[in-house]
Design a binder for this molecule. Structure first.
Ligand SMILES: [Zn+2]
Length: 302
């Protein structure tokens, strides 16, 4: 099983990020003065959303946007420019606050990309206010994509933490599912973990599987990625194979139980209510669905 994943909920952005405009103050000022420009207000990872069952972001013209730190998010093919602003969410009739977990898989492509980008920037700015070299308060530059230390001139770029997530199969085409120690009793997913310093992605896949269930993997293959700003990861999906006859040795610190499943066994466990599979927002769900050959029974919408 190789090849890219066709659909990943948070990897659908359609805008040109217009990175070359981030230092062009005249262009930025003209864009902000243009009533066609649209502003996404974000606070604590949430923005205003209208419409059910087909939600859409509430995007305001600049004149109606609240004051707050402002970031350039991009430009669409028609020349409309989009900014993010962090501020208390304004009152808009018919709109409700929602975050990526609620609507990331339901929004249309442009809006999913806008919210993913804005939520990631908001969290980075909120948690990186001081220079890591000298502790001086940093200031925002490059339309929200850099922070600069006024004391030593160092530049600081948005942080993203890479994490690998892997669908492990055996010679009988069974998949390995596990329950994390802090998860609900019926929740199962594939294995995942953060990449460590000085480690390749493939090494991280092999290390995590060995640590979590005691298996050696082979044939580690990249499958796709999506940003996961919950709060600041990049999820990198892989497939790998392992020997299904080797006894599993779950790490009691991280894994409550782990087991191999055929398609029939997984369907039966879901039908019986013993297992809830991950929702379609996650790369895990997309990897499991590709192996399964379609949507899982009674899959939640988010
Ligand atoms: Zn500094």
């Amino acid at each position: 099983m190789t090849g890219g994943l066709e659909w990943l909920a948070l990897a659908r952005g359609t805008l040109d990020r217009a990175a070359l405009r981030r230092r062009d103050d005249d262009w930025l000022a003209a864009a902000w003065a243009d009533p066609r420009t649209r502003v996404l207000v974000v606070r604590d990872g949430r923005s205003l959303v209208t419409g059910d069952p087909d939600p859409a972001l509430v995007l305001l013209p600049p004149a109606q946007a609240p004051d707050g730190d402002r970031w350039l998010l991009g430009e669409d093919a028609e020349g409309t420019v989009y900014f993010g602003v962090t501020a208390p969410l304004p009152a808009v009739e018919g709109a409700e606050p929602a975050g990526l977990r609620q609507v990331g898989a339901l929004l249309a492509d442009r809006d999913s990309g806008l919210l993913t980008h804005a939520v990631a920037l908001e969290h980075w700015h909120a948690t990186h206010r001081f220079c890591p070299r000298c502790g001086t308060g940093t200031r925002v530059a490059s339309a929200g994509h850099v922070r600069v230390c006024p004391a030593d001139g160092s530049q600081h770029f948005p942080r993203v933490d890479p994490a690998v997530i892997m669908l492990v199969t055996d010679a009988s085409d069974r998949i390995l599912l596990a329950r994390g120690t802090r998860w609900a009793a019926d929740r199962r997913s594939i294995l995942a973990g953060f990449v460590e310093p000085g480690e390749s992605l493939e090494q991280a896949v092999a290390r995590e599987v060995e640590e979590e269930v005691g298996l050696a993997v082979r044939d580690v293959r990249y499958a796709g990625s999506q940003p996961w700003p919950l709060p600041r990861s990049l999820m990198l999906g892989f497939t790998a194979t392992a020997d299904g006859t080797v006894p599993l040795r779950p790490d009691p610190e991280e894994i409550l139980d782990a087991a191999w499943y055929t398609r029939e066994e997984l369907r039966a466990a879901i039908d019986a209510g013993d297992i809830v599979a991950p929702g379609p927002l996650s790369i895990a769900a997309q990897l499991i669905m590709r192996w399964y050959g379609g949507e899982l029974p009674s899959m939640p919408h988010f």
